[in-house]
Design a protein around this ligand. Sequence first.
Ligand SMILES: Cc1ncc(COP(=O)(O)O)c(C=O)c1O
Length: 457
Amino acid sequence: MTIWIPTLEDDTPRYRAIADAIASDVAEGRLQPGDRLPTHRELAHALGVTVGTVSRGYAEAERRGLTTGEVGRGTYVRGATSLDPWPEQPTESEIVDLTLSLPVSIPEEATALAETLRQIAGDARIGELLAYHPESADCRQRAAAAKWLGRLGLNTGADDILVTAGSQHGLTVALSTLFAPGQVVLTGELTYPSIKSQARTHGVRLRGVALDDQGICPDAVERACRMEPKPAGLYLVPTLQNPTSGILSEARRRALGRIAEKHDLWIVEDDVHAFLLPDLPAPIATYAPERTLYLSSVAKCLAPGLRTGFIVAPPALRARLLTGIHTTMWMPPPLMVEVTTRWFVDGTADRLIAAKRAETERRQQLAQQILARHAHRCHPLGYQIWLELPEPWHTDEFVTQARKRSVIVIGAGAFSVSRRHVPHAVRLSIGVPSRPALERGLKVLDDILRAQAPPLY
Ligand SMILES: Cc1ncc(COP(=O)(O)O)c(C=O)c1O
């Protein structure tokens, strides 16, 4: 036969369109069992796509049982009897994963990393990055972090900063330093899932307190402080509360600081999202510096792979926290801290944050258009959406229906402190998929909810 050149469907990814074309040409007899398909290079040239796209298309056709291929021998159409009888499973690229709590990633960040690594490679002091740093990071790096955190209103110097491998690491160090097994720590009745697993690991008991649109309610904390056993601490996310996106007002931050002082509570203030938003009230750590351990990280505003975070704590705790850092990993890798430091100092961090904000805002606008008729909570510059499910939906039914249509979301149970308080809601993280995939995924969720009721199975 002459070289087979398919006509590709327009609105499908190229590699899938190639596999689809093989399937329809086999079904309609244009391709016969035993026919040899063009080489990857020939077809790529004929279709004006890359050789990689053709290889992926052929691999997909083989996965569906349409073809068989051997390196060096070519790709052949299989006999009809050998076709895969099972319906097609969604491929990885069709799945829209809205579970991962990650910031929007932008192409500029890879370029910035390459440039910064080149600069570090040319620096005569590069060898210093191979040393142990007993103070968690060197003084210059801690001074840059102090200046960076100063933008939030924290009045700190290099000696007030401890550098961690991210906020999650900071949380481990905080829990093991501040609380003994069996002690009670308060947190929102919906909270960051990692505090639940970390509390279990440390033997700390979590008690959930009420949240409203702003986040933790000081009255609820005050009430919980009068209950036995008395709580020893309060863990909270004051900015873009995970998962409901509340932001504590200045009045609430002050009130929580006062409650901590009155009831001898340690506040663990996990402010990972602060640099995503402009014009925030100052951290609780500025109102109750002796009772607050402030955690920050660049995971959400720059990149989680930098694994760089910071603890600002009262001086009396510093030695014990440093021991906690030494015990868990001695110090975060200096090379990663150095990249972060240079980004703070040379303006890269500001540039990347501005680009991320712009892209996040676009995605939130898209989400608002698609989800407009459904109750949800979010912030125009945040990358999470708390979608409240109307009657008669139960969370697990909705999660299952979404998964059947290749959209993955997290149900409220992951965030609930108590099994008694599990609202019918899911969290959507909009930072990870491409914008077209996000649009597709959100439209699927809208479509499911518009059907008004789950199917009977
Ligand atoms: C509230 C909160 N704290 C901490 C983290 C983890 O931060 P890091 O990657 O710096 O450990 C997350 C990530 O999802 C988070 O949502």
